[in-house]
Design a protein around this ligand. Structure first.
Ligand code: HEC
Length: 224
C-alpha cells in the first residue's frame, strides 16, 4: 500500500516535470516563430534594392562648365568602345564621327542610316552636347528605331568625357559660356584654352567668368 503511494508520488513528479518541459518547448516555439516573422521584412528590402525603379530626371550639365573640366584623355579611352563600329576617318558599321558634334543627325554622306535616325534628324537641327549626352546614355531609348546597337554609357562623367573628346575631333559647335547661375564652379574655369576657331566663344566664356563677380558685387552692394 505504502509502496504504491510512493510510486504515485514519483509518477506524479515525473508527469509534472514533463508538463513543465512541454510548456518550455511551447514557449520557445513561440519565441522562434516570432523570429521567423521578422525575416520576410528583410526580403522586401532586398527586392526594393534590386528592383531599380524609374530613374530620377537628370539635371542637364552646364556644358560651358563641364566641357572645360572634362577628362579628354579618359574620353579617348572610352571612345575605344565606339571604335568597333565607328572610325574618325570613314564610315564603317557606324557613320564617321569626325565633325559629328554640330552635324545634323543622320546626314553623313555615304552612310545608310536607319529610318529611326533619319526621323530623328528631321526634327533635330544638330547634334549638340545635350542631344549627344542623352543619346549616348541609351541610344535605342532616345532614338527609337536606331540601328546603333550599343547599350549606352550609364555614367554621366563617361559621356561628358567622350563628348569632350569628340568636340576635339572637328566639332563645328563652340563651347558655350559657363552659366554661373546653374553651376557656381564655372567661375574657376580658365577661359584661356580656347582654339583660334573658338574666338567669339572665348570672349563669351570670359564674360561668363566675370559674371559671378558682378553677382557678388550686386549682393554686397547697398540695398540692405
Ligand atoms: C555596335 C556598333 C556601334 C557602337 C559600339 C557604337 N555605335 Fe554609334 N552608331 C552605330 C550605327 C550603326 C549608327 C547609325 C545609327 C542609325 O542609322 O540608326 C550610329 C550612330 C551614331 C551617332 C549618330 C551619327 C550621325 O551621323 O547622326 C553618334 C553620335 C554615335 N553613333 C556615337 C557613338 C559613340 C560616341 C559610341 C561609343 C560611346 C558609339 N556610337 C558606339 C553603331 C555603333
Amino acid at each position: 500500500m505504502s509502496d504504491s503511494l510512493t510510486f504515485n508520488k514519483y509518477a506524479g513528479a515525473l508527469l509534472g516535470t514533463g508538463f513543465v518541459i512541454a510548456l518550455l518547448i511551447n514557449a520557445s516555439g513561440i519565441v522562434f516563430s516570432q523570429d521567423k516573422v521578422a525575416k520576410p521584412g528583410f526580403k522586401v528590402q532586398v527586392a526594393e534594392e534590386t528592383g531599380g525603379g524609374a530613374a530620377a530626371p537628370e539635371v542637364p550639365p552646364d556644358w560651358g562648365t563641364v566641357l572645360k573640366t572634362a577628362d579628354v584623355a579618359a574620353g579617348q579611352a572610352t571612345f575605344t568602345k565606339c571604335q568597333s563600329c565607328h572610325a574618325l576617318t570613314a564610315n564603317g558599321i557606324g557613320p564617321n564621327l569626325t565633325g559629328v558634334v554640330g552635324r545634323k543627325p543622320g546626314t553623313e554622306a555615304g552612310f545608310s542610316y536607319s529610318d529611326g535616325m533619319k526621323g530623328f534628324g528631321a526634327k533635330t537641327p544638330i547634334w549638340d552636347y545635350q542631344h549627344l549626352y542623352e543619346f549616348l546614355k541609351g541610344p535605342q531609348a532616345y532614338v527609337s528605331g536606331t540601328k546603333m546597337s550599343f547599350v549606352g554609357l550609364k555614367q554621366a562623367q563617361d559621356r561628358i568625357n567622350v563628348i569632350a573628346y569628340l568636340h576635339g575631333q572637328g566639332s563645328t559647335l563652340p563651347i558655350p559660356a559657363p552659366n554661373p547661375a546653374a553651376a557656381p564652379a564655372a567661375a574657376a574655369a580658365p577661359a584661356a584654352e580656347a582654339k583660334p576657331g573658338d574666338k567669339p566663344v572665348a570672349s563669351g566664356a570670359a564674360a561668363g567668368a566675370e559674371a559671378p563677380k558682378a553677382a557678388e558685387a550686386a549682393k554686397t552692394s547697398p540695398a540692405k
